[in-house]
Design a protein around this ligand. Structure first.
Ligand SMILES: [Zn+2]
Length: 463
């Protein structure tokens, strides 16, 4: 186990010429460092103190939203953080459909200039409604602070070699994979600190190729999906393959089960760390350094688990995960239902005051099986959504795999679909997914939700 201190000033990338001790980074990295320094303390605060600091921030956010965002114009204007805390649960839940319906009505007419440039994140989540969320540079600052917190919590040495089996467009990072310097996208003096080499592989590589890549690259640390690591671990166990350098695996995007944790332990003998984040909201939960549950990242989001009436579920009772990002003043999302279900836990034995999310339910990645039996992951780009909307004004869509050779594309529209549009949508699906079998397009007025109210983007009826 490495005892590397990530906040040690010697490791910060120096961005100021002639400055070697102490080093100073660029303004963005200084902002990340300042956020992180405060978060190093706030994680240990009592739960009540954390919540009241959150409401001080939410008070700022809600007042800004009521005054500058058309969608919230009829919300009550709280007079104090305490008053906001009292009325909080009476505020309505924001569903994905509301975001689609509100259009620009959710954008602030006066996003604070000091929060930086506005970016747009496109997301499909696990539901079939593509949405665009605007946020500012502040989201980037906090994203990077939480990424670093995750490294600190799980004792990762920045000199480690990172292996990444990831979603990538076809043609990118295809087997035999790519190699490079530095873990993140920021290099040189733009990086917060110097990190080791990286090896990347497209998630659609065959399991035999993944195993060969793993042995050839010998990463210290692997990031991928639970279902990928499950197949890889099974394959390595049956083939007697065991990487010699691997120290830790981090899983993202799907539910990580105890079964997979045990399997990885048997196959590789290393710790598995899971994380819960979404592109539009940032980090929601990081795995506790000492337990297999998650700590809510309360410095970035106010996360609730609620029942159908929007009231808090007690510890241990499953409910809808509702999130309010604390720092998005460009497009404030107040009590946004992310589409996942979860269960809160008791206060953690590690001593951190950050609330515990014991389980995350219903987080599934979209896995499509090709006629040749190989799995592929559906990763539709914003561009692909654009192409679909250019063919027909699709409100919602859902893909159902009925057999190895056939998919049904359910689409919800307010207008009738012509034969030509239907054919074009079928071709669009074959090309964008991509899928080599038949795609049958079925138009609807409304799509059926599953029993938990969620619209699954992808359903497989085959196993
Ligand atoms: Zn803990």
């Amino acid at each position: 186990m490495s005892n590397f201190n990530w906040l040690n000033e010697y490791q910060i990338t120096s961005a100021v010429p002639h400055l070697d001790f102490p080093k100073l980074g660029n303004p963005m990295n200084m902002a990340v460092t300042v956020a992180l320094t405060q978060m190093e303390n706030s994680q240990w605060w009592e739960a009540e103190k954390i919540e009241s600091a959150q409401f001080a921030q939410l008070f700022q956010l809600v007042r800004h939203a009521v005054k500058t965002v058309p969608f919230y114009k009829d919300f009550p204007i709280p007079k104090s953080a305490r008053e906001l805390q009292k009325l909080w649960q009476s505020l309505p839940i924001l569903e994905r459909g509301h975001i689609v319906g509100a259009g620009d009505g959710l954008l602030s007419k006066a996003s604070p200039k000091s929060h930086g440039k506005i970016n747009t994140q496109y997301t499909s989540g696990s539901t079939g409604q593509p949405i665009a969320v605007h946020n500012t540079q502040l989201s980037r600052v906090f994203w990077r602070a939480f990424t670093t917190r995750d490294h600190i919590w799980h004792h990762r040495d920045p000199a480690w070699k990172l292996g990444h089996i990831r979603i990538a467009k076809s043609g990118q990072a295809e087997y035999p994979g790519t190699v490079g310097k530095g873990w993140g996208s920021l290099k040189g003096t733009n990086a917060l600190i110097e990190t080791g080499p990286i090896a990347g592989l497209n998630i659609n590589a065959r399991v035999e190729e993944q195993a060969e890549w793993l042995i050839r690259n010998e990463p210290d640390f692997l990031i991928t999906y639970p279902s990928v690591v499950q197949r890889l671990a099974e394959h390595c166990l049956t083939q007697g393959i065991r990487p010699s350098n691997l120290k830790q695996i981090e899983t993202i995007s799907e539910v990580l089960t105890d079964k997979v944790r045990h399997l990885v332990d048997r196959a590789f003998g290393v710790k598995v760390v899971d994380l819960y984040s979404t592109r539009e909201l940032g980090y929601l939960g990081l795995q506790c350094p000492e337990n297999n549950h998650y700590h809510i990242q309360s410095e970035g989001v106010y996360l609730e688990v609620v029942d159908e009436e929007g009231c808090a579920c007690p510890v241990g009772v499953p409910g809808k995960i509702v999130v309010t990002p604390l720092h998005n003043f460009a497009m404030p999302l107040i009590r946004y239902a992310v589409g996942d279900y979860g269960v809160l836990g008791e206060a953690c034995s590690c001593g951190r005051g950050l609330p515990v999310l014991k389980t995350i339910l219903g987080r599934e990645r979209n896995r499509l099986r090709q006629p040749d039996g190989q799995y592929r992951w559906i990763a539709l780009s914003a561009k692909a959504y654009g192409k679909m909307l250019a063919i027909a004004p699709v409100r919602e869509y859902q893909i159902v795999q009925v057999s190895l050779n056939e998919l049904i594309l359910n689409v919800a529209l307010d207008v009738d679909l012509s034969d030509q549009q239907s054919q074009e949508l079928s071709l669009w699906a074959q090309k964008s997914l991509p899928f080599s079998g038949v795609v049958t397009v079925v138009p609807h007025k409304e799509l059926k939700r599953s029993s938990n109210g969620k619209l699954e983007l992808f359903q497989s009826l085959i196993e």
